[in-house]
Design a binder for this molecule. Structure first.
Ligand code: TXA
Ligand code: MG
Length: 342
């Protein structure tokens, strides 16, 4: 196991070249865990049908065994032996894959219950990142991959984030640059054709877009509160998740944070660059996600900014909430969870 190797050798960064891809594929075949880039966030990947490798993955991430994993592949055909696609699941796969959409469908017995945390459904995604796809082409294995962050912390959007969180405990990181999207995939439950499809985690593909593809309304929100004893529809919906360690608070766009006590500092994260006459209260340092309030850009940079602010000694990080539509649904969802108000 890599943990027996001298720690200064790890993590090893593999380049996004044919050699790097071939090495990652070989490691995954051998039951190792490798961090891989996707267009949403970096994933911590292992051979999904190798229970030993999946157990090792849960252990590295510190993830409770009750929280199921997403299985990654090339397309719907790639998953044929692993799941039963309903007609609606197939429509969405054809329209949105490769891309930032995760489908919840019924699994076959080929998928270990360890991967699905005992459920009879499995989460599937065909990612679009060319380096991730090259690895899938090379190893031809379904890859279980949660976001490559310690359980509950902010997702990583670049290779350096993975190293910063895990050090040598994640021995191999395939460096595919900065993730184009920067926010986790939309998760939609299409496992039961008798009930309306339901978004379990808002993301880059909106409920409206899904509804248009299917020609029927898609429930935009997970059931809340979860029925007693039924468990969480998606444990990523835990009230506190995707959180920095520094206390995070939410502010409506019109409100300013108050000055902290003298000698202390707070950070104020805004959607767009403030106008020159907009002043901040004393002790409040202002950051922005986009020059002009572009939400795609805001999503792209959110986790990186929070990761940089987290260790910087602020008493509190205040984040401006965004209009509740389109990207705003996903961004506000992550901000609320980061604030522990999911
Ligand atoms: O963009 C993404 O989806 C990234 C990249 C790496 O693909 N992955 C990701 O994985 O965000 P993870 O493990 O951090 O989040 C997956 C979420 C979890 O909240 C999990 O509970 C939920 O998917 N999930 C997995 N299987 C499920 C199932 N059968 N039913 C309901 N929710 C499920
Ligand atoms: Mg995650």
């Amino acid at each position: 196991m890599p943990s027996d190797s001298p720690s200064e050798d790890f993590p090893a960064f593999l380049p996004p070249t044919p050699e790097g891809v071939a090495r990652a594929a070989e490691l995954l075949r051998g039951g190792e865990v490798v961090a891989l880039p996707t267009e949403t966030v970096y994933g911590l990947a292992a051979h999904a049908l190798d229970e030993r490798a999946v157990r090792y993955l849960f252990a590295i991430k510190g993830r409770p065994l009750i929280d199921p994993l997403i299985v990654h592949g090339l397309d719907a055909e790639f998953f044929a032996s692993l799941a039963q696609f309903t007609p609606e699941a197939l429509l969405l796969a054809q329209a949105c894959w490769p891309g930032p959409l995760t489908l919840i469908v019924r699994k076959t017995s080929a998928v270990p219950l360890l991967v699905t945390a005992g459920r009879d459904t499995v989460a599937l995604r065909a990612p679009a990142h060319p380096v991730m796809r090259a690895v899938l082409e090379a190893c031809r294995l379904p890859l279980a991959a949660p976001s490559a962050n310690p359980f509950g912390y902010l997702s990583p959007t670049q290779a350096g984030h993975v190293r910063a969180s895990f050090g040598g405990r994640v021995p191999w990181i395939l460096d595919g640059g900065v993730c184009a999207i920067g926010l986790e995939s939309t998760i939609v439950d299409v496992s039961n054709p008798a009930v309306a499809p339901r978004v379990l985690r808002p993301g880059p593909i909106t409920p409206e877009a899904l509804g248009q593809i299917l020609g029927r309304a898609v429930e935009a929100r997970p059931p809340t509160p979860p029925a007693a004893g039924a468990g969480l529809a998606a444990p990523g919906l835990l009230a506190r998740h995707y959180s920095p360690r520094t206390s995070l608070g939410l502010l409506e766009a019109a409100n300013k944070p108050a000055s902290p006590p003298v000698g202390r500092r707070v950070a104020w994260v805004r959607l767009q660059r403030p106008k020159p006459m907009e002043t901040a209260p004393r002790g409040v340092e202002v950051f922005w996600l986009s020059e002009d309030g572009n939400l795609t850009e805001a999503a792209h940079g959110l986790y990186d900014l929070l990761r940089r602010l987290d260790p910087a000694g602020y008493e509190k990080i205040w984040c401006e909430t965004l209009p509740e539509a389109g990207w705003g649904l996903a961004l506000n969802d992550r901000l609320r969870r980061a604030a522990g108000q999911g």
